[in-house]
Design a protein around this ligand. Structure first.
Ligand SMILES: Cc1cc2nc3c(=O)[nH]c(=O)nc-3n(C[C@H](O)[C@H](O)[C@H](O)COP(=O)(O)OP(=O)(O)OC[C@H]3O[C@@H](n4cnc5c(N)ncnc54)[C@H](O)[C@@H]3O)c2cc1C
Length: 519
């Protein structure tokens, strides 16, 4: 199999069909062991393992690269296959079945902003669609073109320079293709940190975070990427747009706000100034067990509303705590962490938990177990898919007063839509704010081989309806892409959609940028 350019400076093969590094995927024997030891007792599976396909065979590309930029383009089938989908369940299962009906005709790796301009000009001239691609970790069909035109996947991973680190103003200038770890490494010698990165950290890019308005690894905030952006440089088919680098501005609606979350439909983000902060001198953490889930929810709300801002505040329901933190006592777990001179703050939060019936652990063992399970989770997910399970996540945010009903409705909808009504549904808070949580549900259910995507789409539709009916957003941080469009229409005012369409017509009059996403 051809090597695919890795996000780091080194070359390492990334999986073209599944998550992450190819050499970290579970092999057939490991999948079988997983089936025997962990699954058989509670999931009806037959134990067979869907094979990993050989190198993909694709139709020949419909485009010939322009001679002046020939070296930036490739039609290598493995690279085209790798850029066909993102990394959602439905992406992995389709790739495993060899269903690569609409791969990009070409993949382009620009090295400069000028290359981006030239690629957009050329695409307009030949009538090709252009889909910006950062790390390709979208879980909402954000990097998958579903139209008929020939198309180019514009892979920005070679725009990978971390520029000036501005120690005076605590900011860094960074190109959009830089991956999270590379950015953090560049900040370490300056004693600085971004203190914000998505959980797909290793494989997602700065441009991807900005274009999707990713939410960070840390649970409370400021966790929205918007707060970290000082200024942007965006290339649109009509020319570049830049914003002014200032700490704040009341000069009308913000330029950055238009492009943050625009998912590659209005322009290609090529560079950003991001706000950074001093690396914390101190960290403290604990986990708190709660026999009553509702009490745990109330404790999280009380912590946030008391003005405490934990850097980690993840509430795992009892099933999530069992599967991912090894907690077999049937209790929920709150993983709590603070940064900075933190001991009194942690003690305050623990006191609030005790008032709600929580007991703090004497060691932070749960945190370590959970973190290890969490980092391995996408590889395990791919193995479970090969064993015939549907494993997928759904996330939202709602106000505290809506949470109980939304939580119950999502679980009921997933179970009712699952085959034979057998589904494990777990919930954790990835983020929590003074006015509400961001619940993140994991749904595991057996699939009929070959019908996985159709079954999942039914579950997803049922769950999305339940979210909408209970006042939740269709996405807190996974973005809209193509998969969330029907429910976006329910929550976004039509007049505002018209405003966005007008912006699209102005910046991208021929509609070449990521057609079908977000609108
Ligand atoms: C296992 C897993 C864990 C995840 N965990 C998190 C999490 O903790 N928090 C979170 O927020 N998300 C998470 N996600 C979702 C995803 O990782 C994020 O949306 C991430 O920000 C995408 O970054 P990327 O570089 O991979 O972007 P891509 O997937 O390449 O692109 C995403 C979208 O942005 C557009 N885009 C990409 N780069 C640019 C650019 N430079 N200019 C304009 N448009 C661009 C693309 O066209 C596409 O619409 C997770 C996904 C997976 C599979």
């Amino acid at each position: 199999m051809a090597a695919w350019h890795s996000p780091s400076a080194a070359w390492r093969e990334r999986s073209w069909w599944g998550w992450g590094w190819a050499d970290e995927a579970l092999d057939d024997d490991a999948c079988r062991r997983l089936a025997e030891t962990a699954l058989r007792p509670w999931m009806p599976i037959d134990g067979s393992v869907l094979p990993v396909p050989y190198d993909p065979v694709l139709d020949p590309p419909r485009l010939i690269p322009p001679s002046i930029m020939e070296e930036a383009f490739t039609a290598d089938p493995v690279i085209r296959a790798a850029h066909t989908y993102g990394k959602a369940f439905r992406d992995v299962v389709r790739a495993l079945h060899g269903r690569l009906e609409n791969p990009p005709d070409l993949v382009c790796h620009p090295r400069t902003a000028h290359d981006v301009v030239a690629t957009l000009d050329w695409a307009e001239a030949v009538g090709a669609a252009v889909v910006p691609y950062g790390g390709g970790t979208s879980v909402v069909g954000g990097v998958e073109y579903r139209g008929d035109a020939p198309w180019i996947s514009l892979d920005l991973s070679r725009l990978n320079r971390v520029g000036e680190v501005d120690e005076v103003n605590h900011a860094v200038r960074v190109q959009a293709g830089v991956f999270g770890p590379a950015l953090e490494q560049a900040l370490v010698p300056h004693g600085l940190t971004l203190r914000h990165y998505p959980q797909s950290f290793e494989f997602s890019t700065v441009g991807g975070w900005l274009a999707t308005r990713s939410a960070g690894h840390y649970a409370t905030g400021p966790t929205r990427i918007d707060d970290f952006v000082e200024a942007l440089r965006v290339i649109t088919p009509q020319g570049p747009v830049e914003s002014l680098r200032v700490p704040g501005s009341g000069a009308g609606p913000s330029t950055d706000a238009l492009f943050l979350g625009s998912e590659g439909t209005l322009g290609v983000i090529v560079e950003a100034w991001l706000r950074v902060s001093r690396r914390p001198s101190d960290r403290s953490s604990t986990s708190v067990a709660f026999p009553v889930y509702g009490q745990a929810v109330a404790a999280v709300r009380a912590i946030l509303q008391a003005g405490l801002r934990p850097s980690n505040c993840r509430l795992l329901d009892p099933v999530e705590a069992m599967l991912n933190a090894g907690a077999t006592d049937g209790q929920a777990r709150l993983l709590l962490g603070f940064e900075g001179p933190t001991t009194p703050l942690l003690a305050d939060a623990v006191t609030i938990c005790a008032d709600h019936g929580g007991t703090a652990a004497t060691s932070s063992g749960d945190q370590g177990t959970w973190r290890d399970a969490f980092l391995r989770a996408p590889y395990t997910r791919d193995a479970l898919i090969r064993l015939g399970l549907i494993v997928e996540t759904v996330e939202t945010a709602c106000t505290w007063s809506r949470f109980d009903a939304l939580h119950a409705a999502v679980i009921a909808a997933a179970q009712a839509a699952a085959p034979a009504r057998v589904a494990v549904v777990t919930c954790r808070f990835t983020h929590a704010y003074p006015d509400g949580p961001a619940p993140y549900f994991t749904i595991i259910t057996p699939a009929r081989r070959g019908a996985e995507v159709a079954i999942w789409d039914e579950i997803k539709a049922a769950v999305s309806e339940a979210i909408a009916a209970n006042g939740g957003t269709i996405t807190h941080h996974h973005a809209v892409g193509r998969d969330h469009l029907p429910w976006l229409a329910e929550q976004r005012d039509p007049l505002f959609t018209d405003v966005l369409r007008a912006a699209k017509r102005t910046l991208d009059p021929r509609g070449i940028l990521n057609p079908g996403a977000l609108f």
